[in-house]
Design a protein around this ligand. Structure first.
Ligand code: COA
Length: 131
């Protein structure tokens, strides 16, 4: 579903370096998403320079369809007062688009870019949560 992934998602060294950089960046907010049973379900994050701050989230497949991403994004928005916030979703990632819309984001633009997970250029939608 996610399109703009690492070139090789199975590359553990890349994954570790990528996350080490994220976790050291004081401007990035990252929270682990815990489900009602206390199990780690994924993460939600706010990143980017002032004025261009974006949210992103990733939920493990077996937790899908239970409202976890929506609850996680709502919680993240509660602890992030800055507005506007932005988000991106592949135009065919309907679940993610729905999560954004449920949390008040509105589509404000489109972009076309190469997506590693699809091996081709695809359309993505740009969303904004207004102030
Ligand atoms: C996208 C993702 C975050 C959704 O997580 P989730 O916990 O299943 O989301 P929720 O249950 O909170 O909400 C999903 C909504 O999308 C809807 N939905 C799911 N599949 C859909 C589809 N194919 N078409 C339309 N709507 C769909 C659900 O019905 C639900 O809406 P509803 O509450 O109105 O019924 C999760 O699948 C994921 O992490 N995917 C991989 C990474 C990714 O795509 N991240 C986002 C990158 S922008």
């Amino acid at each position: 579903m996610a399109a703009f992934t690492a070139e090789d998602p199975a590359d553990h060294a890349y994954f570790r370096n990528h996350w080490a950089r994220i976790l050291q960046d004081p401007t990035t907010i990252v929270r682990t998403v815990i489900d009602d049973a206390g199990e780690i379900a994924g993460y939600a994050s706010v990143f980017g320079p002032p004025g261009e701050r974006e949210v992103t989230y990733w939920i493990g497949r077996r937790h899908w369809g239970k409202g976890v991403a929506t609850a996680a994004l709502r919680a993240l928005l509660d602890l992030t007062p800055e507005r506007p916030l932005h988000a991106r979703a592949a135009a065919d990632n309907h679940a993610s688009i729905r999560v954004l819309e449920k949390c008040g984001f509105v589509a404000t633009g489109t972009n076309r870019d190469f997506a590693n997970a699809r091996g081709e250029e695809i359309d993505e939608l740009i969303f904004t949560l207004p102030g």
